[in-house]
Design a protein around this ligand. Structure first.
Ligand code: BGC
Length: 410
């Protein structure tokens, strides 16, 4: 691939959009986020809104898939909800399993290949109450659910993502303290720039849980290609910041990329970058264009992330499982995504083995505390749940039919 106009997508390249269960389904009352949202929405901390009905995708998933397939996408990444499948320890809901199985079959009926994520940030309440990932036996508990969910992915699913952004999950403990108002930015638990330090116990537990989940999937469905998706920090060292960059990245990203060595694929998720000076991460520069998340508009992040992932997990095929922008101006979404795709093409031309691209997100959805940062290709009316594809959706989806990488001009 060259990154020029008319760059063909490689044979078999996955072309899709992503969602997650908690952010779209609605009514995820048995998940650990639900009670946290109720308390925090009372005005404390950074959780401003409850997920509530979200996009009502638990009922409207057919509509979501009809739209994606109609737009031209050939692939859809969605997650299944552990809290619904295992509402209490060891109790499995056949109805929930059948629901997600219908989604897998429904995707195929519409010409969409499903990529199934087994864990996307939310866990059952009972799992959180027994101590979450850092508690003894967390990996076994996760693997037991993964095995029970086998009917969902045993046929017709080529790619299973075990855990979405394990590095963010490990970082989430201090992050949630901030969101719940227990700490203030600037406290030792939460730096003014960059991300907090993940807990070592949680990191080890997540790496172990991934391995156990891979074994569980393979034991039930040996054909499935397993991997996990890492949040790429895309850290740029300013002069003198190289050592600080290395120290920053290692626990927050690289240990998770290294844990993917030997996997069937590795998911890359990139949105923005972090600048690192000699003393560590720096705030976003004053003159930078900001997205609705307050992140720097930096489309090149995807190329940097792919190069870093390729170097850190050599030989492992890469799939872009998330990339996108929170903006109210859809033309900026097209500009951002076109830039990101150019950067992806350039990384591929330099040897990165990229097998697919999934945009985040298919829908405007619950952005972990607020519906305001709109990442969607498709707008969702907050009262009627009516879906309205934005121009970016048609622009990006069309490449699934033309099999040519979209540029800002087409
Ligand atoms: C997560 C998504 C999230 C997105 C934008 C990723 O961290 O996997 O759930 O909505 O980034 O913040």
């Amino acid at each position: 691939m060259t990154g020029s106009h008319h760059t063909p997508l490689p044979e078999g390249f996955l072309w899709g959009a992503s969602t997650s269960a908690h952010q779209t389904e609605g009514g995820n009352t048995n998940s650990d986020w639900w009670p946290m949202e109720q308390g925090a929405a009372a005005g404390v901390g950074h959780i401003q809104e409850v997920s509530g009905d979200a996009c009502d995708s638990y009922h409207r998933w057919r509509e979501d898939m009809d739209l994606l397939a109609g737009l031209g996408f050939t692939d859809y990444r969605f997650s299944i909800e552990w809290a619904r499948i295992e509402p209490a320890p060891g109790q499995f809901s056949q109805a929930a399993i059948a629901h997600y199985r219908r989604m897998v079959e429904g995707a195929h009926e519409r010409g969409l290949r499903p990529m199934v994520t087994l864990h996307h940030f939310t866990s059952p309440r009972w799992f959180a109450e027994r101590g979450g990932w850092a508690a003894a036996g967390s990996g076994e508990a996760f693997a037991r659910y993964v095995e029970a969910a086998a009917p969902v992915y045993a046929e017709g699913v080529d790619h299973v993502c075990t855990i979405n952004e394990p590095n963010m999950i490990a970082i989430m403990v201090p992050l949630l303290d901030l969101m719940l108002g227990k700490t203030e930015p600037g406290d030792h638990a939460f730096p003014t720039a960059g991300l907090p330090l993940p807990g070592e116990e949680a990191t080890e537990a997540l790496v172990r849980a991934h391995r156990l989940a891979v074994e569980a999937v393979k034991s039930r469905a040996p054909h499935v290609r397993t991997g996990w998706s890492v949040a790429n920090q895309v850290s740029h060292a300013l002069p003198g910041g190289e050592a600080a960059r290395e120290a920053y990245l290692r626990p927050r990203e690289d240990v998770f990329l290294e844990a993917a060595r030997g996997d069937d694929w590795l998911g890359v998720q990139a949105y923005t970058r972090t600048l690192i000076g000699p003393d560590g991460p720096l705030p976003v520069p004053d003159d930078a264009e900001l997205t609705l998340k307050g992140w720097e508009f930096y489309p090149g992040a995807l190329g940097d992330a792919l190069r870093h992932a390729a170097a850190t997990a050599p030989g492992v095929p890469l799939i872009v499982t998330e990339n996108g922008i929170a903006t109210a101006d859809d033309s900026r979404r097209v500009a951002y995504t076109a830039g990101a795709l150019q950067a992806m093409a350039a990384a591929m031309a330099d040897g990165a083995d990229v097998r697919g691209y999934f945009h985040w997100s298919a829908l405007d959805n619950y952005e972990w505390g607020s519906f305001a940062p709109t990442f969607g290709l498709i707008a969702v009316d907050r009262h009627t749940f009516a879906r309205t594809p934005k121009p970016s959706a048609a622009w990006l989806g069309a490449a699934g039919r033309s099999r040519v990488l979209p540029t800002a001009a087409n």
